[in-house]
Design a protein around this ligand. Structure first.
Ligand code: IK2
Length: 443
């Protein structure tokens, strides 16, 4: 009513009316409430900081070397192939790609995967996660998230009106040297289930810790999912990266879990081509069909040529699987050396690494390191955030604060750790070592 009176008054003065209508409209909140409280993003902030300070970058998780020749060539052939490679393809996954994913993963999961029903190709694992939360979680649903967790799970749950319920992996014992020393208490996890629980989210191998869940741990989670009739969203983007004889196990392959598990993968992580942004979801067609609905209404599909190249990558891997020619053996073998190199470097400057069993990150406790932050950041900022900013700006070495992978309830307990990424050229690791060594020598 007030709006109508204001508009009527403006009829007398047509010129000012345009300005006033504009003011009335602009006084409304123009953005949706969905974006409130989820505006901060650790990758946006710390990747920019690393670039601004031209820091040696052991921060964000991407290789600074090229993907293997066979996928690079496949990509070049795709873009120089027929005109159809530059046009739209099937919305839910390029036919060649869903076919090769189904063939490859049927063997791994021990279940016949239907290429058209049980797979959705997405814009990176990021969009796979987005589709999963959008399609499967309703307002008021509770989602149990095991900490530390890839940071986007929390805002994605919030944006659908769900409630994230956290349960941390806890270091057991006083000297924690391996990621395997971080365990999930079955009792603590069981205590988080309520009639509103809709899903449990796990990430194995875990980012940032590197923990590779053992079959017994997955079985414990699976038993609870089955008992309470809930879904499991299993983020497995580092599935090929395991060390010291540890093996990645898919929770979807455990009895009774195929129908209730959403498995998320990343061709970017798999083939060291993170910029291609090809990800995928594998699940029962009954769940995939709802994720397809979200996907067709947001991005429709991801780049055709990149999908074609990934399809050829998986075809090739299918043929050489289990042999030393397989990139899924070569990449972890290469990273095993880099893990050793980074651990030795951290130890040499008095930092105790927590040795990851998988993935390409290593965390270390920095609580004993005394630093004068020169008040560059606010006091209420977690110590690891302040430390990482200081290290980037003052020493030129970029890393990531580990409390970013925790809920506000638990982040204080874990702000004594920072994360280093070791999927880097040896020359980059050497440059990082140089910085740490000079710093430890007071130079
Ligand atoms: N899930 C996990 C566990 C991830 O680590 C990532 C990518 N992380 O990279 C940032 C970092 O930790 O340094 C994703 C999902 C997203 O993968 P994609 O690149 O395929 O979208």
């Amino acid at each position: 009513m007030r709006l109508i009176r204001k508009l009527a008054a403006n009829v007398l003065s047509p010129c000012s009316s345009i300005i006033n209508i504009h003011k009335i409209i602009m006084s409304r909140q123009l953005h949706s409430r969905r974006t409130d409280g989820v505006d901060k993003n650790v990758w946006v902030e710390f990747t920019q900081l690393a670039a601004d300070y031209k820091a040696v970058n052991l921060g964000q998780g991407f290789p600074d070397f090229s993907p293997p020749k066979f996928v690079q060539e496949a990509f070049c052939e795709a873009v120089s192939g027929g005109p159809q490679m530059h046009q739209y393809t099937r919305a839910f996954g390029h036919p060649a790609l869903v076919k090769s994913l189904a063939k490859f993963f049927s063997r791994i999961v021990g279940h016949e995967i239907d290429p058209l029903e049980d797979i959705l190709v997405t814009v990176g694992a990021y969009q796979a996660l987005f589709c999963a939360f959008q399609a499967l979680i309703d307002e008021g649903d509770e989602v149990i998230i095991v900490e530390p967790f890839f940071d986007c799970y929390q805002p994605m749950v919030k944006m659908v009106g769900g409630k994230a319920v956290y349960v941390p992996l806890r270091p057991k014992g006083s000297s924690v040297l391996f990621s395997a020393d971080w365990v999930l208490s079955a009792d603590e996890l069981a205590s988080k289930f309520t009639p509103r629980t809709k899903a449990v989210v796990i990430n194995t191998p875990n980012n940032p810790l590197g923990k590779v869940y053992k079959t017994e741990e997955l079985q414990m989670i699976a038993d609870l999912c089955i008992k309470h009739d809930v879904l499991c969203i299993s983020d497995e983007v580092y599935e090929w990266l395991t060390y010291d004889g540890n093996k990645h196990v898919k929770i979807a392959s455990l009895p009774g879990m195929w129908e209730r598990t959403v498995t998320i993968g990343s061709a970017g992580k798999t083939f060291s081509a993170t910029g291609w942004k090809v990800g995928f979801v594998i699940s029962s067609g009954n769940l995939i069909k709802h994720m397809k609905t979200i996907h067709q209404n947001c991005v429709y599909h991801c780049a055709t040529a990149a999908q074609e190249a990934v399809a050829r990558g998986f075809e090739r891997e299918y043929e050489v699987f289990g042999t030393p020619e397989s990139y899924f053996q070569q990449l972890p073998a290469m990273l095993h050396q880099k893990r050793k190199k980074l651990a030795a470097c951290l130890e040499s400057v008095g930092l105790q690494p927590i040795m990851p069993e998988g993935g390409y990150f290593m965390i270390t406790d920095i609580s004993s390191v005394k630093v004068d932050f020169n008040d560059q950041s606010t006091d209420d900022e977690p110590r690891d955030f302040r430390f990482v900013k200081w290290l980037t700006k003052e020493k030129g070495l970029a890393t990531i604060p580990v409390s970013a992978f925790y809920s506000p309830e638990h982040s204080k307990e874990f702000d004594k750790y920072i994360r280093f990424c070791f999927v880097k050229e040896d020359s980059t690791l050497d440059a990082a070592e140089d910085i740490l060594r000079k710093w430890s020598q007071g130079k």
